[in-house]
Every structure is written in C-alpha cells, then in structure tokens.
Ligand binder design. Structure first.
Ligand SMILES: *Cc1c(COP(=O)(O)O)cnc(C)c1O
Length: 392
C-alpha cells in the first residue's frame, strides 16, 4: 500500500516557494465551503480589497487567477493582445523571454530590447525602440528578475510607455510585497504576480490587476480571447461587480483561504514595513556574504533584497553544495537559471522566510560547507558581519 505523504521540514531559501507561515497553512486546512456560498463571496470581496492594498491600486479588476504566476502572465497577454499587435518586450533574464513567448503565441510581434543578465532594463534602449516602432501598442518588462536578482526602474519604464501611448505590462511575480511597487502611482496598466514568492503563501494562484485603460482594451477587442479559461470578460462575471457572480470555474476554495490569511498578515505588518523587512535582512545577508569573501552578480543599487544571486567560487561543485545544504541543514537554495546556470546560487529571502534566523542559518550552512570543501571562505566573519548589521 502506498502511504500518506509527509514532507520533510525544510527551510526554503530558493527562488520560491519560500517558507509558508503556520497561520497560512492553518487557514488552508479549514473546512471547504461551496464556491458560491454567500460567506465565500464575502471572502472573495475581502481578497480583492486586500490585493488592491498590496498592489497599491484602486483598479476594480484586481483578483487572483486560479493558477500559478505563469497563468497570470498568460491572462495578461491573451486578454490585451490581438493578432498583428506589436509589443516592445524588455529582456534581461529568463522571465522576459517568457513574455516574448506569450506575445508571439498571441499572434503579435515582439520587438526585443535586450540587456545583459544581471543589469536592469535600460530606459534609453526602451525609448529608442519606442521611437523606432511608433505602431507598438504595449511595453512589457519584468520588475524583479528572479533569474538574476535585479530590479528595474518600473516607474521610469512605465512613464516611457505612456509617452508613446503604450500600455505598460509588468511582471511583478517576485516584486509584490518584497520591494516598493505602486500600480496606480506608476501607471501600470496590467500586472501579474504569484502567491509563492514574497506573499509567502502556497503556490498556485496569480494575483492580477488591470487599469481602466486595459479593461477598455479588453472590452474593445475585435476577436474573442483565445483562451476560454483566462478570458477576463468571463472571469469578471464571476469575481466582478455586483449581484452577478455567475459560475465560471470552481474557485480553489482552500487556496483562497490561504491567500486571504497571507494578505491579512501583510496588512497587519504594513506593506511598507514588509518592504523594509526584506531590505534589512538582505543587508545583513549581503554583509555576511561579502565578509566571507563571496560576491554578488548585481551592483548594489539594483539588487533585489528578496533574491540574492551569489557568485560561485572558482572550482566549487555548486550542485554538491546544494545537496549538502539540503541533506545536512534541511536548507534549500536555488541554482542558476539560463546563462547564469553553474555560475550563481540564488538565495531567496522572501516573505515569511525573510528573517534573522534564516539569514544566520544560511550564512553558517554555506560558509561551513564551503570551508569543508577547502574553499577559502570565513564563515565566522560572515556571522559577525551580519550580526553587526542587525545591531546597528
Ligand atoms: C516565479 C516567476 C514566474 C512564474 O510563476 P509560477 O508561479 O512559477 O508560474 C514568473 N515571473 C517571475 C519573475 C517569476 O519569478
């Protein structure tokens, strides 16, 4: 007989999912109710309001798509694009490449603006591309590139998009609740995120939000949205407006309890405090990494606090290190992706996992493991340096 599955107790410091709070796991196991139960409708309304808080938006069309971040990405592109449209896509890592995939699968053309991996999107290059392509209808970029740990200047890029009369489409899967993000102030027209990064909820949902301009674009489509499941016109009838609430698909009831709980926790902490907490633990972690003689891929000013791409010292078998951390410390960190594969570890400090215990654990685990393997690192110096940041 196959036995019940009991996962090991890990500390999750990879690129997501991070550790999930016991409060969120507790919410997940509450009794399932019907997805059209009046109590559930109230929960949906609260989730919408809490997501508006997290996104800093008053957009009416703000809701979680019932599938992971990649589905939020599909929802944004399939609803906003029609065959023949032209979109300027900024790429500086893996996830910008997925935007290109989505644009092309919608029958639209992607004009690529390429930047080196580990560098932010260059606004000057975007401006040149927009001048050269006056028929473009949208600009798309990744706010927080999880493959490299770099932050782009979303406010500036959105301003450029609007100057050229384009919609601004933003991937905020890793940025939401981890770094400053202001949907309304920055003029973001369509944004998608995930529950399993800095919201520290279980994987499987994708919060999205659309501005009035974006909703108008969806309403004025010439062709129906190719995807029935992700068609916002239909989803709006379930999540949206007043009495309607017509059945579209069965909402993932318990996953939404979990999302609600994680958003309640975010509101209790305060969004700005959550941003500051991520920065503080990153500062301590970075001080430790540098004190033990390791380095970062991304320049200080553009580093994401929640995703640390740490350079692997020469001659070190990076997969062996990750295996040691998992076996001996129950600690998961991430490998490099794409062109950074084999060159970096990706250490996440996301949501509930962004805390002092995890920072010190990771520095000790990484430092002592590397030392045992003969690398010239100094774990004690790392702990001291991190503690000094916390003491300051
Ligand atoms: C994780 C991630 C995604 C995809 O989210 P999934 O939930 O894995 O589908 C998209 N974009 C970025 C920047 C991400 O970090």
């Amino acid at each position: 007989m196959t036995q019940s599955f009991y996962p090991p107790q890990r500390t999750l410091m990879g690129p997501g999912p991070p550790d999930v709070s016991p409060r969120v796991l507790g919410a997940l196991s509450r009794p399932t109710i019907g997805h059209l139960d009046p109590q559930f409708i109230l929960l949906m309304d609260e989730i919408k309001a809490l997501l508006q808080y997290a996104f800093k938006t008053s957009n009416e069309l703000t809701l979680p798509v019932s599938a992971p971040g990649s589905a939020g990405m599909e929802a944004v592109f399939t609803n906003l694009l029609e065959p023949g449209d032209k979109v300027v896509v900024c790429q500086n890592g893996v996830f910008g490449g997925r935007m290109k995939e989505n644009v092309e699968r919608c029958g639209a053309t992607a004009v690529m603006v390429q930047d080196d991996w580990g560098k932010p999107v260059d606004p000057q290059k975007l401006e040149q591309a927009l001048r050269a392509n006056p028929d473009a209808t949208a600009v798309a970029f990744v706010h927080a590139e999880t493959s490299t740990g770099v932050r782009s200047d979303a406010r500036h890029l959105c301003r450029l998009a609007h100057e050229f009369d384009c919609l601004a489409i933003v991937d905020a899967v890793t940025s939401l609740a981890g770094i400053e993000l202001r949907v309304d102030d920055w003029g973001i027209d369509a944004i998608y995120s995930g529950t399993q990064k800095c919201l520290s909820c279980v994987p499987g949902l994708s919060p999205v939000s659309f501005s009035e301009r974006a909703v108008a674009r969806i309403r004025q489509r010439k062709q129906r949205v190719q995807s029935w499941f992700l068609d916002m016109n239909l989803i709006m009838d379930y999540w949206g407006g007043d009495a309607k609430r017509s059945y579209h698909h069965t909402a993932p009831v318990n996953a939404l309890y979990a999302l609600h709980e994680s958003l309640v926790m975010l509101q209790e902490e305060g969004l700005e405090s959550a941003w500051a907490r991520h920065q503080r633990h990153h500062d301590a972690f970075a001080a430790g990494i540098e004190a033990m003689g390791l380095g970062f891929v991304v320049d200080v000013g553009a580093r994401l606090p929640q995703l640390n791409a740490v350079r692997i010292p020469a001659g070190v078998d990076e997969a062996f290190v990750r295996k040691q951390l998992l076996q001996n410390w129950n600690l998961e960190i991430g490998a490099g992706l794409g062109s950074l594969a084999g060159k970096v570890w990706r250490v996440g400090l996301m949501g509930y996992a962004a805390n002092r215990t995890n920072v010190l654990l990771c520095l000790s685990a990484l430092g002592t493991t590397l030392q045992t393997m003969g690398a010239a690192v100094t774990p004690d110096a790392a702990i001291t340096a991190a503690q000094e940041v916390y003491a300051a």
